[in-house]
Design a binder for this molecule. Structure first.
Ligand code: THU
Length: 131
């Protein structure tokens, strides 16, 4: 899998960020097993808590189109920060539900990326099987 290409796609996604309050543009890209790439970016709101993060927008969009976790090959999340973007707690909780535990998650910045997964980012997650 070409992780650099997925990072590049996430940066393209970030160009559509609506971030008038933080000016912090985040991009996400999802690679699906049928080759489709889905973009997400952060969409902020004057009521700050109503903001939606880039990675959640991307994964929700995939699910809205009928894709499910078995269709997701990898997720990239990028931002112009050092050393790397780190998904917020709410995103980790959502990713724990909607991604397989070991699906590659690529965290990227301008010229560097690392590959991790939600099992590593949110160990011992509270998920449906816990109920
Ligand atoms: N943000 C994301 O979109 N994803 C992350 O992983 C971290 C934070 C957004 C939310 C908000 O629009 C801005 O970054 C600053 O917190």
């Amino acid at each position: 899998m070409d992780y650099q290409k997925l990072v590049d796609e996430a940066f393209i996604a970030s160009e559509n960020a609506y971030a008038p309050y933080s000016s912090f543009k985040v991009g996400a890209s999802l690679l699906l097993t049928d080759g489709t790439i889905i973009h997400g970016t952060n969409i902020e709101n004057a009521a700050y808590g109503s903001t939606m993060c880039a990675e959640r927008n991307a994964v929700f969009q995939a699910y809205c189109q009928g894709y499910r976790k078995s269709d997701i090959e990898a997720l990239a999340i990028v931002g112009d920060c050092s050393p790397l973007i780190s998904p917020c707690g709410a995103c980790r909780q959502v990713l724990a539900e909607l991604l397989d535990p070991y699906t590659p998650i690529v965290l990227g910045c301008k010229d560097y990326y690392e590959v991790t997964n939600i099992q590593e980012l949110l160990p011992r997650a509270f998920i449906g099987e816990s109920l």
